[in-house]
Design a protein around this ligand. Structure first.
Ligand code: NAD
Ligand code: UDP
Length: 374
């Protein structure tokens, strides 16, 4: 373990990346802005190179905070950071959170974990380890620094729910031995650790249960339903619907989620969660496929494929607590969010927006020096 790492963050701010500094899909609206900083603080964002984490880094900087982004790019992409990497106050540390981290920050957002079923099931033992050992490491850090720590938990803690919609009081219906368990039980164990650190050591914790979130910067290869279907429609492939497509999900646009995470971090110490963050409007997967086909003007059809084991049949958040405690609710409906996401993937596929593995991406990004502590 390199104990010098806190002194040697990547000096990204001095670098001229020559890349645009704004995200064309971020359209702030009245009432939709992230909270402003009451004082400038430095936040650690683990998993900051991922889909959600990269937007969180950006909004924290917008709110005049400093950001230390920690990622090992297991599923994230450095390309996601192109709008922040050259901004003052941003630092990037290449580090695996299953190893302890010795840094000085004022608050921690713990997002590091593969989130797509394809990714988290590809190395399930590692997924459990990231969830459990990663939680122990960020909690240990929060305890030493006396700072709040927010956990990106998930609606998957409810498993294939027997209660609908899902409120935080529901304990869930999870198969502990199935292929999703590495993620579901890993996140459940992380929640347990968060609450035990809170009770046993007085650590200030914030547990957000995130429901399906989508938007620009999802990896085109991560296998989640929104990115899969948009990429399929834009590349002339039939849209894969697993099972009969009657299973439901409730899709939250990434800007809404990030605003919710930032509001939760700002709550007083007694607010621990768990608190659901998601869009309570429910769609079947089949509805989603037809929306994507219509919006892209594609001639593709739907191709039915086998339903993966333990795939939850329905999912919709009860967000009464988020409304009451955070004054939060989603502002971006599925139509507007899909339009922005389709525009993003259109740019990706035309080579105008780099993603991991692209030739253009390599030319732009392999020069970025990272401090590797693993
Ligand atoms: P993502 O895969 O795009 O991002 C995860 C990030 O964590 C990636 O950048 C990855 O490289 C990094 N990471 C993984 N293991 C790491 C490790 N050991 N050390 C350091 N970094 C590591 O996924 P996302 O959709 O942005 O999800 C972010 C968080 O939100 C995850 O914790 C996920 O479980 C949670 N979440 C997301 C959703 C959603 O729909 N997007 C839903 C529920 C929960
Ligand atoms: N799904 C689908 N086609 C795809 C990818 C996913 O029908 O190409 C389904 C999947 O079986 C699930 C839902 O879409 O019922 C959401 O899947 P995703 O992987 O996005 O997230 P999950 O909610 O399962 O974690």
């Amino acid at each position: 373990m390199n104990t010098e790492m806190n002194l040697r963050f990547t000096e990204s701010k001095a670098r001229d990346t020559g890349l645009p500094g704004t995200d064309p899909e971020h359209e702030p609206k009245a009432g939709n802005e992230p909270p402003r900083a009451s004082r400038r603080r430095r936040f650690l964002v683990t998993g900051g190179g991922g889909f959600v984490g990269s937007f969180l880094c950006e909004r924290l900087l917008d709110a005049e905070h400093d950001v230390l982004c920690v990622d090992n790019f297991l599923t994230g992409q450095i390309e996601n950071l192109k709008s922040v990497i050259a901004r003052p106050g941003f630092r990037l540390l290449h580090h695996d959170i299953t190893h302890p981290l010795h840094v000085e920050v004022d608050g921690i957002f713990n997002l590091a974990c593969p989130a797509s079923p394809v990714h988290y099931q590809s190395d399930p033992i590692r997924t459990t380890k990231i969830n459990v050992q990663g939680a122990l490491n960020v909690l240990g850090l929060a305890k030493r620094l006396h700072v709040p720590v927010l956990q990106a938990s998930t609606s998957e803690v409810y498993g294939d729910p027997a209660v609908h919609p899902q409120a935080e009081s529901y304990w869930g219906h999870v198969n502990p031995t199935g292929p999703r368990a590495c993620y579901d039980e890993g996140k459940r164990c992380a929640e347990t650790l968060f609450f035990d650190y809170h009770r046993q050591h007085g650590v200030s914790i914030k547990v957000a249960r995130i429901f399906n979130t989508y938007g620009p910067r999802m990896s085109q290869h991560d296998g989640r339903v929104v990115s899969n279907m948009i990429v399929q429609a834009l590349t002339g492939q039939d849209l894969t619907v697993y099972g009969d497509g009657q299973q439901t999900r409730s899709f939250c646009y990434v800007d809404d989620l990030v605003r919710g995470l930032m509001l939760l971090m700002e709550t007083p110490g007694h607010v621990t969660g768990p608190i659901n963050l998601g869009n309570p409007v429910e769609f079947t997967v089949h509805d989603l496929a037809h929306k994507v086909i219509k919006k892209t003007g594609s001639r593709c059809r739907v191709r039915f494929m086998p339903l993966p084991q333990d795939d939850p049949t329905r999912r919709r958040p009860d967000i009464a607590q988020a409304r009451e405690i955070l004054g939060w609710q989603p502002m971006v409906g599925l139509d507007a969010g899909l339009d922005r996401t389709i525009r993003y993937f259109d740019r990706v596929l035309k080579g105008g927006e780099p993603q991991r593995g692209d030739v253009a991406s390599k030319a732009s990004w392999l020069a970025v020096p990272l401090l590797d502590t693993a």
